[in-house]
Design a binder for this molecule. Structure first.
Ligand code: NAD
Ligand code: TYD
Length: 357
């Protein structure tokens, strides 16, 4: 791993991964390829922007020739592919962009990598790797009591987001099987932590609660997700890059399954304790049950035995500690929050998704 292209590196997990990689791999060169959609922000990478090991390129993963040029220019040996449209609610209101970015974008990257690594034989094939970052949502939804998903569970995606990710996973697998492209893949549960765009549940609830705005809980709030601190996710991806078996996929999860309402109430309790502004205490009075998401998946649960037994990975953060750190991060980064809130895409989304709920 010398020259690593990170796609979507200005987004939530990608930016955390770049911070992580620069910390744990002193000799690495990182090329961050990001289109800077509404979800990407260079604010997330301010503190590494002067690092000589880091370069940013603004561009679209769907442009195969452009990506091919970058692979040659930087002699890229490793691609860590995060770039995607990532929000389920947006995929329900506008699925086309998800098909384009998640399916066509992944296809475009795979094809550029195949040309550069396998056809032009630019680098020894044993030194190259395409790592695809995917989600647990490809497996569908579990009823209470059903066993957790393993790497062998058949895909059954329910939302346009999940279907587009499932499709991209299949394309990656097919490039490995058909062309011998060396890949690894990880399917991870819901992440939370610093730099998450406040359209996803945890940062949305934190920021609304700080402002004394209503806390929208979809349906009965009894849907269950598995939650993982983003640093644990980054650590797992790094481990898979170092020690994972080529052609393998690994499930990643936080080994906890609280109901959404419990997450929201926990954030309220943390803010009651740590917020300097007591005017909205108790914050749980702001909770409001709103119209449910269409096709809302009920329960997710990941079986993570493979990554723990083969690679020795375990999450380091507990959910309680991770949530406390995350609330404190949002409280102590008002400039980041203000910059995001000023984006028209943020304000527009809050109106589009919540006004009629
Ligand atoms: P995000 O929405 O915060 O960031 C996505 C990034 O991709 C943004 O910086 C955006 O500008 C960039 N991007 C979008 N389209 C692009 C294009 N055409 N070309 C180049 N860049 C483009 O997403 P995230 O939450 O950081 O998720 C990253 C990856 O991890 C995604 O593939 C997602 O499916 C997967 N994942 C996310 C979670 C989660 O809980 N957030 C969990 C499991 C897996
Ligand atoms: P989200 O963060 O959008 O992640 P995902 O849909 O990928 O799991 O949502 C997490 C859960 O929280 C999901 O069950 C939907 C629910 N949710 C709410 O109840 N209210 C909200 O305002 C949002 C954004 C999500």
């Amino acid at each position: 791993m010398k020259n690593v292209m990170v796609t979507g590196g200005a987004g939530f997990i990608g930016s955390n991964f770049i911070h992580h990689l620069l910390k744990v791999e002193p000799d690495v060169q990182v090329i961050n390829l990001d289109a800077l959609t509404y979800a990407g922000s260079l604010e997330n990478l301010k503190d590494v922007s002067d690092d000589p090991r880091y370069s940013f390129v603004q561009g679209d993963i769907c442009d195969t020739d452009f990506v091919g040029g970058l692979l040659r220019k930087y002699q890229v040996d490793t691609i860590v592919h995060f770039a995607a449209e990532s929000h389920v609610d947006r995929s329900i209101l506008g699925p086309r962009q998800f098909v384009e970015t998640n399916i066509m974008g992944t296809f475009s990257l795979l094809d550029a990598a195949r040309t550069f690594w396998l056809q032009e034989k630019s680098l020894p094939v044993e030194n190259v790797r395409f790592h695809h970052v995917s989600t647990d949502e490809v497996f569908g939804s579990l009823a209470l009591g059903e066993p957790a998903w393993t790497e062998e569970t058949p895909y059954a995606p329910n939302s346009p987001y999940a279907a587009s990710k499932a499709s991209s996973d299949h394309l990656v697998r097919s490039y490995g099987h058909t062309y011998g492209l060396p890949f690894t893949m990880t399917n991870c549960s819901n992440n939370y932590g610093p730099y998450q765009f406040p359209e996803k549940l945890i940062p949305l609830i934190i920021l609304n609660a700080i402002d004394g705005k209503r806390l929208p809980v979809y349906g009965d709030g009894q849907q269950i997700r598995d939650w993982l601190h983003v640093e644990d996710h980054c650590d797992a991806i790094h481990l898979v890059l170092k020690k994972g078996i080529v052609g393998s996929t690994y499930n990643i999860g936080g080994e906890n399954q609280p109901a959404n309402l419990t997450i929201v109430e926990t954030i309220c309790e943390i803010l009651d304790e740590v917020s300097m502004d007591a005017s909205h205490t108790p914050h749980k009075n702001l909770i409001e049950f709103v119209k449910d998401r269409p096709g809302h998946d009920r329960r997710y649960d990941m079986d993570t035995h493979k990554i723990s037994s083969e690679l020795g990975w375990r999450p380091r953060h507990t959910l309680t500690g991770g949530l406390l750190d995350t609330v404190n991060w949002y409280l102590s980064h008002p400039e980041w929050v203000t910059a995001i809130r000023q984006k028209q895409e943020y304000k527009g989304w809050m109106d589009t998704n919540y006004k009629s709920r």
